[in-house]
Design a protein around this ligand. Sequence first.
Ligand SMILES: [Zn+2]
Length: 304
Amino acid sequence: MSRNYRKEPLRIFIAAGHGGPDPGAVNAALGLTEAACNLSIAMLMQQELRRHGVQVKLSRYQDEEDRLKEQIAECNAYKPDFAVAIHTNAGGGTGFEVYYQMEPWANSKISLQMANLFDSNVCRYLTVHTRGVKTSRNLGWLNQVTAPCILVENFFIDGPRAAWYSAPEQLEKLSKAYVRAILECYGIPYQPDTTVTLRYRMVTDELTTAKNCACPAVQINGNYYVHLRQFSRSFGMAVYYDEKTKQILLYPPEYYTESEFQSGLLKISDFEDPASRALAGIGTGISIDEADSWHFDEYEEETP
Ligand SMILES: [Zn+2]
């Protein structure tokens, strides 16, 4: 069954609550601040979302002042498909909770759907009970963000399981659960991060020269995907994306400039689907099956 890929990459805004002079909730005994937990989770989510070709903007990338008013203004200017505010709870209790947007009506359906997916994914991947899906009329984030959005409370920073929740493995699981929820909501398949080394024989120069090459690849549904930049480097070529003809060209390295290469790579919106993004060196890579124009044969291991 073929999927309909979005014409434009999905855009997600993530507000990492608090920061700088405002640490948010604090657990002095464990040396935890809400601002730091929120930022760790936001950064992990960004990495994982980008791996799936999603465009991501964070409200901050370091420990700096980041007031709610500025987060909302920045989010509205970015015009994301969806926005998530990351917070950590306090006041006694335990477990994750999520708030969805009731208004405007046009946002409420996807906001509630996303909130339910966040709740079920946290429950599943951390094997914990959650406090469920809620709403509130008093949260500025939900009231003033124009895109559909939610606000999550990761866990209770002063709760009985704060040490367990704030351990690096748990923060990573939490951020992956959030990312799985976002991907599921937009029908983007989750891709396990399974890198293998692919070996192949490259035939170049009008079939006169053969070269044994190796390149990192990701195996998805039985196909191997390579990152074109790494793939071409493995046989000594560089990638150039021609903005005018929208063609991917391979050059010997002396024939391209790094700046042209960089601008080609960053034009994600020029690519209709993951396969063409991958061809330009963005995302997970091209399928070997689709790559017959590259003139290479699968390398066969010699049996001793
Ligand atoms: Zn907070």
